[in-house]
Design a binder for this molecule. Structure first.
Ligand SMILES: Nc1nc2c(ncn2[C@@H]2O[C@H](COP(=O)(O)OP(=O)(O)OP(=O)(O)O)[C@@H](O)[C@H]2O)c(=O)[nH]1
Ligand SMILES: [Mg+2]
Length: 302
C-alpha cells in the first residue's frame, strides 16, 4: 500500500480547515470567517483505494501564515514549521477570491525545492472563470509548483483531482493509523475547539482572538449516558468578561447552546455543558498560561 503525510498550509482564512474537513469527510478542525482560527497542528486521516492500490493519507492542518504579534502567534507559526517537517508533500491553499498575495509567492519560492508542492486555488465558487484562469497561469509559471487545482472546499467541488495529485506523491508504506481513526485529537481538545468556534462566531471585534478554552471536566454520568462537560472560557482582559457573558448571561447561553448541539453530535450522547468565564491577564503572552490552555512552544521543539 501507499501511505504518507501531507501538510496543508497557506495564509490565514484561505480555507485550509474547511478543506481538511471536506477531504476527510469528518469535522476535524473548526472553521470561521475570521483569520487565525486554527492554532494547532491537526491531523485528518483518509483511507482509500486508487487504481487497485490501498492508501492512507494523513493530512496535517496548520495555522494560517501571519506575522506573529504575541507568544501565541509564535506558537502558531512554530506549528506550521513543525507541520512542514518530514511530510511527503505540501498542499498550499490560496483564497482565489483574494488573489495571489506576495506572501504566497514567498512561500512557494522558499519551500518548493524542499518538498513537492500542489497548489489549491480555493473558493472557486466565489470567483469568475477569467480570474481563475489568470491565477492558474501565474502559478503554473513556477516550475516548483507540481500542479494547480481549482476547487471549492466549502462545496466539496473538485476534491478528487486534489486526491489524485497527492496520491502520486505517496511512497510505499504501511498503515500508520487504524482504519476507523480519522484524527488523533482527544475528545477534550475537540470539545475545547468546538466551544472556541462558537465564541468566534458570536463575539465581536478583538475579543474572539483573545479567547482560550479550558476543559475542567469531561465525564460520562454513572447513572445515565450523559456527558457532563464543564469548561472555562478564558479572556485576556477583565473588561471582556462581561461582554462574553452578555446581558443576563445571554451571550454565554448562546455559545453554550450552539456548542452543546455540536458536542452531542460528536459524542453521540446527550451533553450537559456548563461554561464559566475567567479573565487571565494577557495570557497570549504568558508561556505559563498558554501551557495551561494547551499551547506549549516547548512541546513543539521536541
Ligand atoms: N465561498 C467559499 N468560502 C470558503 C471556501 N472554503 C472556505 N471558505 C470560507 O472561508 C472562511 C475561512 O475558512 P477556514 O477553513 O477557517 O480557513 P483557514 O485557512 O483554516 O483559516 P485559519 O485557520 O484562520 O488560517 C470560512 O468562512 C469558510 O466558510 C470555499 O470553497 N468557498
Ligand atoms: Mg484553519
Amino acid at each position: 500500500m501507499k501511505s504518507g503525510f501531507i501538510c496543508i498550509t497557506g495564509l490565514a482564512n484561505a480555507g485550509k480547515s474547511t478543506l481538511i474537513n471536506s477531504l476527510v469527510g469528518e469535522k476535524v478542525a473548526i472553521v470561521s470567517w475570521r483569520p487565525q482560527t486554527t492554532r494547532n497542528k491537526i491531523l485528518g486521516i483518509v483511507n482509500g483505494e486508487k487504481g487497485g492500490e490501498n492508501f492512507q493519507m494523513v493530512f496535517i492542518d496548520t495555522p494560517g501564515i501571519h506575522n506573529a504579534k504575541n507568544h501565541l502567534g509564535d506558537y502558531m507559526m512554530k506549528s506550521v514549521e513543525v507541520g512542514l517537517k518530514d511530510v511527503d508533500g505540501i498542499l498550499y491553499v490560496i483564497d482565489a477570491g483574494k488573489g495571489i498575495q506576495r506572501e504566497d509567492y514567498e512561500f512557494i519560492e522558499k519551500h518548493a525545492d524542499t518538498k513537492p508542492l500542489i497548489v489549491v486555488l480555493n473558493k472557486e465558487d466565489a470567483v469568475t472563470k477569467v480570474t481563475m484562469l489568470d491565477a492558474i497561469q501565474k502559478l503554473t509559471a513556477f516550475p516548483q509548483v507540481k500542479a494547480v487545482v481549482p476547487a471549492s472546499a466549502k462545496k466539496g467541488e473538485n476534491l478528487e483531482p486534489i486526491m489524485d495529485e497527492l496520491f502520486a506523491l505517496l511512497p510505499d508504506g504501511v498503515q500508520m493509523f487504524p482504519e476507523e481513526m480519522f484524527t488523533d485529537s482527544s475528545m477534550r481538545f475537540m470539545a475545547a475547539e468546538t466551544i472556541r468556534e462558537k465564541a468566534l462566531y458570536l463575539l465581536d471585534k478583538e475579543i474572539p482572538y483573545g479567547i482560550g478554552v479550558y476543559i475542567n471536566k469531561f465525564e460520562m454520568r454513572e447513572d445515565k449516558p450523559i456527558y457532563e462537560i464543564d469548561a472555562d472560557i478564558v479572556v485576556e482582559k477583565q473588561s471582556h468578561k462581561a461582554i462574553v457573558i452578555g446581558k443576563g448571561g445571554s451571550t454565554l447561553k448562546q455559545i453554550a447552546s450552539a456548542a452543546r448541539k455540536d458536542l452531542e453530535e460528536m459524542t453521540g450522547e446527550r451533553v450537559f455543558l456548563t461554561l464559566y468565564v475567567k479573565a487571565k491577564l494577557d495570557w497570549r503572552n504568558s508561556d505559563y498560561l498558554m501551557r495551561e490552555l494547551g499551547y506549549d512552544i516547548k512541546d513543539l521543539k521536541k
